[in-house]
Design a protein around this ligand. Structure first.
Ligand code: NAD
Length: 394
């Protein structure tokens, strides 16, 4: 990891352009480039990388980066790659041995990608796997992007409604406030509650983690009480998967609230597993025409029967929004937050004297998110999934 000739070594950090169609976010801003350069890194940004977020090559250059247009050469020369989306398979073979690659990786499902990182002797860091501790919050991209996504879900609901969210008293009559039901009150759900409240809606929410009730109420929402028996949460604050019987109890208890809602926003996820189906076809049928459902889990399997990933569909007059990658709808803010998460991760284990990112696999953060290192899969859970009994894969 640490090059032999340390005295003359300047670590090259490469920011590639994101290639996924429609992806407008990027992993650095001029602000974070400035800070990375200040640490002593040599930052190279691929030409056009910031276009989707409104950042020009000149902006990056003014911040101290150099601009490169030969993508293969950039990847091949990188000591560290900071990007957002997982790489294409053929890009892994372009990376040099010992390179550190930081991005989303979807490591529970991307077996071949993880194996390729290991056999290329690249250290792969997964942004999904940043541990959930107080100290690592500033690096937590799942949370930073979920926050924006929760806001955007309400914007999409508002845009698709035939009515408005707030109560309005006018000489032409009184408009009732919209009734919004939010299923899942984690990072995205809480932001959705706050946003819908700010727009004047009447908000009800439910989550299987009972600790959340107080947070929902502190935002002005009403918490729907459902007795599911033992639910709890993992040490990382994630929901545990419900039994089929518990899912059924939840469905029945929510049915009347859903039928009475103008908007339902579903954010219910169970980390590393398929999300539960909580709004069934008959519940959609039970909603009034003009109602809107935003299924924030559509891309990963869906909380709503009938939702289509990345599409807006109409089922008997009910609009079901399955738009994916909601944070990407605010690319400037999403980029600012993601880039800041990346910088905080780099800075955390940057050795000021050696002027490089020193991989400290003994610290409290990296062992949780380093998936491959030294030619092997080193993350125990991922290793177990890929080389072991596959029990997490669905
Ligand atoms: P997530 O995206 O995995 O899930 C979203 C929400 O869906 C969660 O609140 C979950 O409890 C809920 N859910 C799952 N199954 C459900 C069901 N059947 N019905 C209703 N809701 C269901 O989780 P998230 O939003 O990323 O985070 C969850 C929590 O983790 C946060 O609220 C927070 O307490 C904690 N957290 C801690 C840190 C930290 O300490 N650094 C960072 C981020 C989040």
């Amino acid at each position: 990891m640490i090059p032999e000739n340390q005295a003359n070594f300047t670590m090259q950090l490469v920011i590639p352009r994101e290639t996924q169609p429609g992806e407008n976010r990027v992993s650095a801003t001029p602000e974070t480039v400035k800070k990375l350069v200040r640490l002593g890194a040599d930052v190279v940004v691929e030409s056009g990388a910031g276009a989707g977020a409104g950042i020009s090559d000149a902006d990056y250059e003014a911040a101290g980066a150099s601009i490169g247009s030969d993508r293969s050469a950039l990847l091949g020369s990188a000591d560290m790659v900071l990007r957002l989306r997982k790489p294409e398979m053929d890009e892994i073979s372009q990376l040099k041995a010992g390179c550190i690659h930081v991005s989303y990786l979807d490591p529970f499902n991307e077996k071949d990608l993880i194996k390729a990182f290991a056999s290329q002797n690249v250290t792969a860091v997964s942004m999904e796997m940043i541990p959930r501790s107080t100290r690592s919050q500033k690096m937590d991209a799942l949370s930073s992007q979920a926050n924006l996504a929760g806001y955007m879900a309400v914007m999409l609901a508002a845009n698709n409604m035939p009515s408005i969210m707030p109560m309005m008293m006018t000489p032409a009559g009184t408009l009732k406030p919209a009734k919004v039901f939010i299923i899942g009150a984690g990072v995205a759900g809480l932001q959705a509650i706050a946003t819908a409240k700010r727009l004047g809606a009447r908000v009800t929410a439910f989550d299987t983690r009972p600790v959340v009730a107080e947070q929902v109420e502190s935002l002005g929402g009403k918490f729907l009480e459902i007795d599911l028996g033992d639910t709890g949460q993992t040490a990382d604050g994630y929901a545990k998967e419900l039994t089929p019987e518990q899912v059924e109890i939840q469905r029945q208890a929510q049915k009347a609230v859903i039928a009475d809602s103008d908007v339902v926003i579903t954010t219910a996820q169970v980390f590393g597993r398929k999300p539960p189906v909580l709004v069934t076809a008959d519940m959609v049928e039970g909603m009034s025409p003009g109602s809107v459902i935003v299924d924030m889990a559509a891309e990963t399997g869906g909380n709503v029967e009938g939702s289509v990933p990345d599409e807006v569909v109409n089922v008997n007059g009910v609009t079901i929004v399955g738009t994916a990658n909601l944070a990407n709808l605010a690319p400037r803010d999403a980029t600012q937050m993601y880039a800041s998460n990346m910088f905080n991760l780099v800075e955390d284990t940057w050795d000021e004297e050696a002027k490089q990112f020193v991989l400290d696999l003994e610290n409290d953060i990296l062992p949780g998110c380093v998936i491959t290192h030294g030619g092997a899969i080193v993350h125990p859970t991922i290793k177990d999934i890929i080389e072991g009994d596959n029990r997490y894969v669905q």
